[in-house]
Write a protein that binds this ligand. Structure first.
Ligand code: MLT
Ligand code: ZN
Length: 481
């Protein structure tokens, strides 16, 4: 990146649009987990779609790689540049506009840099629900959430991020802007191009704005924190809740006893609302009805949990009596990633398997990991209703973090062997990023990876968008060089 190019970029992006000081770039240069230390040549902070397009055009002409970055909350190093000092990070954080919101259409059009929490609040203010909720929603931005097809706590009811997108605006690798911000619930005019960009991890284009599908605002919620004897019992409880009122079941989140213990230990003010157990679930029942709906919701949940207690599916349960208690239950769930970070070095496996294979998967993976590093802390938790568990492993007491991380590959291989045997995925919601590119050949190789390469080569022939992400290293865009 030449000084002349930096000067051009500074002129186009205006005050606050270009950062080149190493200290000021530090926060952008490393990932949330501190797994990667990138070395960007500059951080570009465009304030509009036109500025993104100009910045991309200039970088493309000079062959400068661009790493798009949202809230920088990737779990797999998906928004961190290489350490060679050649790339520019393009942060969308200054694009925070709400372009439109409509309670009749039930859509909102937001810019990429709006945080997920802010977008949820905008929808709530207009009496609607943006049904996407993830632990990092206070920092994660809409552009990144869509580029990684985020999942989270409400996927079992409303789907992943891709299910909520009606339209997109994207800056392409040559600086052209594709205006696909259509607000149509039905549109079968050719390929669904927007779905190519969702989940592409910034490798095909830069999402600058999106039309999101909303839901009616929730007027009543009832949550229950439950202690269970096993994962099999958790699946039985899930089936019971779905039989009773699948539409009201907004979340069904699993937490292992070991993982909850880490939260209780590392996060001040957290309290276990039930008897200690080896397995817990957090249930969110919700309704869009009026005030009476709350009583009905609570009665239904109480009844189902009562039956489950009687049949032995449940050991103990606490029903939230008010919003503060509900928030406290959710805090116990949402602080898992933070608690594990504080507990030391961890190895994350974001796996999914068919629901009925989950008990076997957790048991076999636990056994395999304990054989690799005896005494390690096996702390799984996650979105059980989707068959997606964060099978996270924390360093054993008395072992150095670096020594534990040196065993990462072996531990991930042990988990993945079980997951592959059971027909699952090695990355259910966190993506491939930089961390998991080495797995793509053996899991998605052959026709599938070749097709992905053809799409990449067609949309980004120079390979300037987010190099080093998704594709196995050292094979170029065709896979043969
Ligand atoms: C979560 O569901 O809380 C996250 O995806 C975080 C994690 O895997 O650590
Ligand atoms: Zn998750």
């Amino acid at each position: 990146m030449t000084d002349a190019l930096l000067q051009q970029l500074a002129a186009r992006l205006g005050p606050g649009g270009l950062v080149t000081d190493a200290g000021d770039m530090a926060g952008y240069a490393t990932d949330w987990r501190r797994l990667y230390q990138g070395r960007p040549r500059a951080v570009l902070r465009p304030g509009s779609t036109a500025e993104v397009a100009q910045a991309v055009r200039l970088c493309a002409q000079a062959g400068v790689p661009i790493v798009p970055q949202g809230g920088n909350t990737s779990m797999v190093g998906g928004a961190t540049p290489a350490g060679d000092g050649t790339a520019a990070i393009l942060s969308l954080e200054r694009m925070r506009g709400l372009r439109a919101i409509d309670p009749v259409e039930m859509t909102m059009t937001v810019e990429a840099g709006v945080t997920l929490a802010a977008a949820q609040a905008m929808a709530a203010e207009a009496g609607m629900l943006l049904p996407l909720s993830i632990s990092s929603e206070g920092s994660a931005q809409i552009g990144g959430v869509l580029a990684t097809n985020a999942g989270g706590n409400n996927t079992l009811r409303f789907g992943n991020a891709r299910d909520l997108v009606l339209g997109l605006e994207v800056v392409l690798a040559d600086g052209q802007v594709w205006d696909g911000l259509r607000r149509l619930h039905k549109d079968n005019t050719g390929y669904s191009l927007r779905q190519l960009f969702v989940g592409s991890e910034g490798t095909l284009g830069i999402i600058t704005a999106a039309v999101l599908r909303l839901q009616p605002g929730v007027s009543a919620r009832a949550s229950a924190f439950c202690a269970l004897p096993s994962v099999d019992h958790a699946l039985a409880l899930l089936a019971r809740l779905r039989r009773r009122d699948a539409g009201a079941l907004y979340a069904f989140e699993y937490m292992s006893g070991a993982s909850v213990d880490l939260v209780l230990h590392h996060v001040a003010g957290t309290v276990l609302p039930v008897e200690p157990a080896l397995h817990y679930v957090l249930i969110d029942y919700a309704s869009t009805g009026r005030e009476e709906a709350r009583r009905l919701l609570e009665e239904t949940l109480e009844e189902v949990l009562g039956e489950a207690l009687e049949s032995g599916d449940l050991l103990d349960a606490a029903l939230s009596q008010n919003e503060a208690q509900r928030a406290a239950f959710w805090r116990l769930r949402e602080e898992h990633a933070e608690a594990q970070k504080r507990a030391g070095a961890s190895v994350k496996n974001d796996i999914s398997v068919p629901l009925t294979a989950l008990p076997e998967c957790l048991a076999a993976a636990s056994e395999a990991c304990a054989a690799v590093v005896p005494g390690l802390c096996i702390a799984p938790f996650g979105h059980l209703g989707d068959g997606n568990i964060h099978f996270n492993l924390v360093q054993p007491e008395g072992m150095e973090g670096a020594a534990f991380l040196a065993r990462s590959e072996e531990l991930m291989a042990a988990v993945n062997a079980v997951v592959q045997r059971l027909g699952g995925s090695f990355s259910a919601e966190h993506g491939v990023g930089r961390l998991k590119t080495g797995l793509m050949e053996s899991w998605r190789g052959g026709v599938e990876l070749a097709l992905m390469r053809r799409v990449k080569a067609a949309l980004d022939p120079q390979g300037i968008f987010n190099p080093g992400v998704i594709f196995p290293p050292g094979q170029g865009l065709t896979g043969s060089d």
